[in-house]
Design a protein around this ligand. Sequence first.
Ligand code: FAD
Length: 364
Amino acid sequence: MSDSSFDYCILGAGLAGLSLADALTERGRTVCVIEKNEIASGASGTPLGMVNPATGRRATKTWRAEQCYRAIYENLWKVNSYSEKPFFKRNGVLRPALTEKIARKMSDQLKKTEWADGWCQWLSKKEIQEKHPGITCVDGGLWLPIGLTVDVAGYLSALARYIESEGATVIEYAEYEFQENGSGWEITLENAGFGCRNLIFATGFGMTTDLMWEFLPLHPIKGQMAIFRPEEPLSFEHSISSLGYIAHIGNNEYAQGSTYEHDFEELEPDEFGEEYLRNRLKRTLPQLEKTSTLVGQWAGARISTPNRKPVLGRHPERNNLYAYTGLGSKGLMYGKYLANHYAEHLLDGKPLFKEVDIKRFDNN
Ligand SMILES: Cc1cc2nc3c(=O)[nH]c(=O)nc-3n(C[C@H](O)[C@H](O)[C@H](O)COP(=O)(O)OP(=O)(O)OC[C@H]3O[C@@H](n4cnc5c(N)ncnc54)[C@H](O)[C@@H]3O)c2cc1C
């Protein structure tokens, strides 16, 4: 075993890897994060991410919404001072209904849902259009003042700096090999090596082709985002969730997301993505679409599972080998809350929620 050694080595510096590194460091463990590119170079590099607890056509409240929201909101504030520029806004999310059917579904769902005070309210068509002149809306929609818009890469850079200040090690652009030894793992880097007791894979898309994890039904869904610049400065602050989402990213630019491509060969943005996203924008904000120029495009892969819940837990056949993946399109919402839950499981033996436990894929 080498001189230095860590309790945990985490592969991948995206929302999963860095959130878990944070949770383990907070609980006094020694942690090293190894990233083969730069921080947030996978799905977490999305031009922006929203924390919107009302998802899908019906605006259904997301799983454990209150706990997840609290965990990410507190973490954004916790690492806020580790960034030179702001990386998140609590600017609210407007959800206009685009058809009568959607309006009916949303309002039925709202009646059935217990929302925390101040989280979600119904607005009439007139009220929605007063809030956002020019927006397409039929029969009303929802306003969620607590919605957050996050520069995810900015957040993760600040989080990496924070955990380093707390004693963790983060290595970017790492070329490395690992092998099992009697009591854990040996990691060999170009010019150095170290031991670790536990190895955790949080490599996102990389896990879908890794033979070690082939028993997991991980499904990658490509998502493209378009960045537009309007002729006139934008007149709104809130984000919009309608056909995909629309939100400011600064410099008088805004992002329109996103595609959901289940079959894809290349993980690059393409013309299909541009056309699809422009059409979506046109349906929600026709006037803005007319005066906007495409200035950038981005693509990444979300990793989903059959029950659309993440995967946490130990490899069924290997000691000291673990996974944290499957955050799907809710990496911000789930990332820190489930990292805390995972840390309590790893350190105190607390049972994992069955919805996220890797054992749900264990056929034996
Ligand atoms: C278009 C799009 C829009 C999205 N919008 C939102 C949103 O609004 N809100 C939200 O909450 N979520 C959103 N998501 C989802 C969110 O981005 C993901 O859930 C989250 O980023 C997944 O994080 P991760 O750490 O599991 O994976 P990743 O971010 O992909 O991180 C994996 C990391 O592992 C590294 N890696 C890969 N292989 C290795 C290896 N062998 N060794 C070391 N490192 C390796 C990669 O370089 C990468 O940095 C969106 C995703 C997409 C694609």
